[in-house]
Design a protein around this ligand. Structure first.
Ligand code: ADP
Ligand code: MG
Length: 477
């Protein structure tokens, strides 16, 4: 049987406010356990939560960035469940009336195809504390510092059809929350966590199959692997005539497998009800206008503009808008050189590879935008070939100075003087009479041999086009 994969993601992103969503306790990561949870976060008797305006502003910014309706009235609800890291016995979340309604984002796949993925809703809620297993043997530690940290839960439509699409979508949301400055997106620190819902259905079938939900995935690679594993697992069951149990599963990166955690709760298990301690959130258009007035040009819009203005493919434009830093770097190089395609090739090629190798961010690249523009200018004016430019780039990366200095110091300037190339060709022809005869007898393959010899003799510095022309001329006779 041919199966089709269906995936929908729920992404929890911590909002970068200084204090918690309902209290004044700090949200900073990495403090001594249990030093940053106050009476409100713990839900001690007699305290009342007060909504953090910063969390609302950030949620609204996100809603605008995905073209969603912002609810003028939204409600906080209690989601009741028991877990050691949830001291109140309930989580304050939003249920029936979330602050952000339907929107969408575009993803660009590896083959360059562009797809729109629907966002069903995004709602504000508080994070829970953390259970610690690693340093504890035979018991579990509880750190409540995270309790009450503001979260935006972003729920997608079941629009993804492969692990690749799911990863592209998760990356897109990650890019977006950082782009508009509402979250640091730090996945190691748990600021951005993904729950993946996945099911299979026979190809051509309209109705969705029963899904499993894989909880708390904290890297894009794990997301890909967990989904790949889950497709295999579900397919094996279905092929054997079995049925999928709706349940929550955990991805174990060490074993590269998912394991059943618990059967899925239904919404009514949570006994949702409006939190009587919190007023409805009422916002008007003026407020929405105010907090979204300074939104920067958004990644999808910028990608479209890059396509039109610079003639770049969706794929290249997507890479160059991966972050605002990358986009700014590219536009600086493109403007300085007037050669956007060359700039795009260098940034997505040699520069990306070097950054990746050294684990650096473009913001602290040893070769800055002006410097790369300087190198590209030397390719454009024929001072160096593209091949030599790679060598110059490496030297620049190692801190040997800008392009002109490296070219000068290493004597890499391209030989475009035919008067200098000709004697080299003459000498090579004189030293290889046999090959000359072969070429003249019609064996055109030996032409490459001569090109190679000239390049070797000039240490790659001869202008390749001139070498070709001169060789053709001289070998003809
Ligand atoms: P719940 O209330 O259990 O969280 P939701 O209806 O809110 O369920 O859906 C949660 C997520 O699961 C959404 O991202 C949605 O797109 C996705 N989803 C729902 N049904 C399926 C399915 N059959 N297969 C894959 N994903 C699904
Ligand atoms: Mg849900």
């Amino acid at each position: 049987m041919q199966w089709e994969t269906v995936i929908g993601l729920e992404i929890h992103t911590q909002l970068a406010t200084e204090s918690k969503i309902f209290s004044g306790a700090p949200t900073a990561f990495g403090a001594e356990p249990n030093t940053q949870a106050c009476a409100v976060d713990l839900g001690l008797p007699g305290v009342l939560p007060v909504l953090n305006l910063g969390a609302v502003q950030r949620a609204v910014r996100f809603g605008k960035a995905i073209g969603a309706e912002i609810a003028h009235r939204s409600i906080f609800a209690r989601k009741n469940y028991f877990y050691p890291d949830l001291p109140k016995g309930y989580q304050i979340s939003q249920y029936e009336l979330p602050i952000v309604g339907k929107g969408s984002v575009e993803i660009v796949l590896d083959d360059g195809a562009v797809k729109t993925v629907g966002v069903t809703r995004a709602h504000l809620e508080e994070d829970a504390g953390k259970s610690l297993h690693e340093d504890f043997h035979g018991y579990t530690g509880i750190d409540l510092n995270r309790a009450g940290t503001p979260l935006l839960e972003i729920v997608s439509e079941p629009d993804m059809r492969s692990p690749e699409e799911a990863v592209a979508y998760a990356r897109k949301i990650h890019q977006l929350v950082r782009w508009i400055g509402i979250s640091d997106g730090n996945m190691q620190e748990g600021s951005f966590r993904v729950d993946a819902n996945i099911s299979l259905r026979p190809k051509g079938e309209e109705q969705f199959g029963t899904r499993a939900e894989i909880k708390n995935i904290n890297s894009f690679r794990f997301l890909q692997k967990a989904l790949e594993f889950e497709i295999e697992r579900q397919m094996d069951i279905l092929e054997d005539g079995g049925t999928i149990v709706q349940e929550t599963r955990l991805y174990d990166a060490n074993k590269d497998e998912t394991r059943s955690m618990r059967t899925k709760e239904e919404a009514n298990d949570y006994r949702y009800f409006p939190d009587p301690d919190l007023l409805p959130v009422e916002i008007d258009d003026a407020f929405i206008g105010e907090v979204t007035a300074d939104l920067p040009e958004l990644p999808d819009a910028m990608r479209h503009r890059f396509g039109e203005q610079y003639g770049l493919s969706d794929y290249d434009a997507a890479q160059l808008t991966a972050s605002r830093d990358v986009a700014a770097y590219f536009e600086t190089v493109a403007a300085a050189t007037g050669a956007p395609k060359l700039a795009a090739n260098w940034i997505t090629g040699a520069l990306a590879a070097a950054l990746n190798k050294d684990g650096r961010d473009i913001a602290d690249s040893p070769v800055g935008a002006e410097q790369l523009a300087g190198l590209i200018a030397r390719i454009q004016d024929n001072s160096i070939s593209g091949k030599i430019a790679k060598q110059v780039f490496e030297a620049m990366w190692e801190g040997e100075g800008d392009a002109d200095r490296v070219i000068e110091q290493k004597g890499l300037k391209q030989i475009t003087d035919t008067g200098a190339i000709e004697p080299v060709i003459d000498a090579i022809m004189a030293a290889n009479p046999e090959q000359v005869a072969q070429y003249r007898a019609g064996k055109e393959k030996v032409f490459g041999f001569f090109v190679g010899q000239v390049m070797k003799e000039t240490r790659g510095k001869a202008n390749p086009q001139q070498v070709n022309e001169l060789l053709k001329e001289k070998l003809k006779a």
